[in-house]
Design a protein around this ligand. Structure first.
Ligand code: NDP
Length: 484
């Protein structure tokens, strides 16, 4: 049969793709036109559920090249040799909007990287900000409800947003970053990326350190002015998606330098901030950046749905040499991400071409919906066995670590919500501070209850009295006496 014949999905040639089969030339249409039925039925099912968060995204392929050998800290195979290149895929995204929403909104940007290493996939699933709004995953569904549409009006609800934040002062640091100039990046190429959480690196000797990831843009940080962003949101809602695609298509490959901060394990007990609290950074004066390598994006996806929409990232997709930390937000994400993919894409999402490791996958998992990869054929399907099935490698065991304490639901004991938000305010220029205050005042004005505004002003004031006072003035309110 000619390769160019139109066929049904079961491969049979189609005689007419423009006219459905009808009884007489005016119809009605016959149910025996199975090509029509299949075409319409498949169309009805073209969408998988959009991601609850990070629905709107843009992706690109590239490579990561090691420039500094850090094998004294990690046995991660893809980092152990200067010059070693590992293929990778990245997906950038906004967080709160739907699949068709505008790119140039004020929102954190997702920064999810998948490294196809020789020892399986490694995902760093971070944002363009070094911290997050909350530090315990149990608050995540409530937080996201406030970022999404109001159930009655189906509109964004600033009262809910600021009500939640004002009751969750740990959000102050991230709120300050979000409301600053960096809350609306000029393009996806002109922003940093961060792993955000603390992770554990383990070397060949089994020695561990704590680590944080920083991807610094080589294009320089650039942001959009508020009025430009608003105009673009109307004129070209896909502005960032288009910019990334066009830059790569034109051979102008964006790049990021990856740095890490390394903390000796014993420092975690005494450091002035809880290093596992994702609302905090580690000061770079205490833990300077160490270069690791370079990430270059040099290839656009061939097919958006197959590669970007079906890409699944999870902060629990580890390789030997990288492990979890006790960060409570990370611990929740270790479950939630993979669970979202099983629901959204299916239990065999890891077998799809974009997610499939480029190293061998050998295990005893079988079956499940949409098992399309041969399903292990006739090979042995249980363990232990006498048939030379794949065997565990004790040298790849997760490092042992001590745990202690009483099992209970307890808040973090480091409840300083204010120092680092204040440090950020103080490092801004006067022009940046003025825009930050203007952005916050504009965002808080529609809040329905004065009580919420006053509570939030108190948080800004505690971060820096000037910060809180300027916001209070902008809102025509006085800083509450009890926070002074
Ligand atoms: P440092 O002075 O050593 O570092 C300041 C950091 O802030 C640098 O990473 C700088 O890098 C970044 N920065 C500069 N201007 C802005 C801005 N307008 N908005 C956001 N980030 C900016 O100080 P510390 O490490 O002690 O941190 C001080 C404060 O800096 C923190 O409280 C935090 O808010 C912020 N920060 C800290 C980071 C960290 O990992 N320690 C990372 C990012 C921000 P660059 O200009 O290249 O982005």
């Amino acid at each position: 049969m000619s390769n160019n014949k139109l066929t049904t999905s079961w491969g049979s040639p189609v005689g007419d793709n423009q006219n459905s089969m009808t009884a007489g030339d005016r119809g009605p249409t016959l149910i025996q036109d199975v090509h029509l039925l299949e075409k319409l039925a498949h169309f009805n099912r073209e969408r998988v559920p959009e991601r609850v968060v990070h629905a709107k995204g843009a992706g690109a392929h590239g490579y990561f090249e090691v420039t500094n050998d850090l094998s004294k800290y990690t046995k991660a195979n893809f980092l152990n040799e200067v010059g070693k290149r590992t293929p990778m895929f990245i997906r950038f995204s906004t967080v709160a909007g739907e699949l068709g929403s505008a790119d140039t909104v004020r929102d954190p940007r997702g920064f999810a990287v998948k490294f196809y290493t020789e020892e399986g996939n490694y995902d760093i699933v971070g944002n363009n900000t070094p911290v997050f709004f909350i530090r315990d995953a149990i608050k995540f569904p409530d937080f996201i409800h406030t970022q999404k549409r109001d159930p009655k009006t189906h509109l964004k609800n600033p009262t809910a947003v600021w009500d939640f934040w004002s009751h969750s002062p740990e959000s102050l640091h991230q709120v300050s970053i979000l409301m600053s100039d960096r809350g609306i990046p000029a393009t996806l190429r002109h922003m940093h990326g961060f792993g955000s959480h603390t992770f554990k690196w383990v070397n060949k000797e089994g020695e561990a350190v704590w680590v944080k990831y920083h991807f610094k843009t080589e294009q320089g940080v650039k942001n959009l002015a508020v009025d430009t962003a608003a105009k673009l949101a109307g004129e070209n809602p896909d502005y960032h998606t288009e910019d990334l695609f066009n830059a790569i298509e034109a051979g102008d490959f964006p790049a990021w330098t990856l740095y890490v901060q390394i903390m000796p394990v014993e420092d975690a007990n005494t450091y002035r901030f809880d290093p596992f609290d994702v609302t905090k950074v580690w000061s770079q004066k205490d833990y300077p950046l160490i270069e690791v390598g370079r990430m270059v994006l040099n290839r656009n996806p061939e097919n958006y749905f197959a590669e970007v929409e079906q890409a699944t990232f999870s902060p629990g997709t580890f390789v030997p040499g990288v492990e979890a930390s006790p960060d409570k937000m990370l611990q929740g994400r270790l479950f939630a991400y993979a669970d979202a993919h099983r629901y959204r894409v299916g239990v065999n999402h890891n077998a799809l071409p974009i997610n499939r490791p480029q190293s061998p996958v050998n295990n005893y998992q079988r079956d499940g919906q949409m098992r399309f990869d041969g399903n292990g054929g006739g090979s042995v399907y249980y363990e232990p066995n006498s048939f030379s099935g794949p065997k565990e490698s004790p040298e790849d065991k997760t490092s042992a670590f001590a745990v202690s304490g009483v099992a209970d639901s307890v808040a973090y004991d480091h409840n300083d919500h204010y120092t680092q938000a204040g440090d950020l305010y103080r490092l801004l220029s006067e022009e940046e501070r003025a825009r930050l205050v203007e952005n916050i005042v504009g965002a808080m004005k529609p809040v329905a209850l004065e009580e919420i505004k006053l509570r939030q002003i108190g948080h800004f004031y505690k971060a820096d009295p000037e910060y809180g006072t300027r916001i209070a003035e902008g809102l025509g309110l006085a800083v509450p006496e009890e926070v002074k």
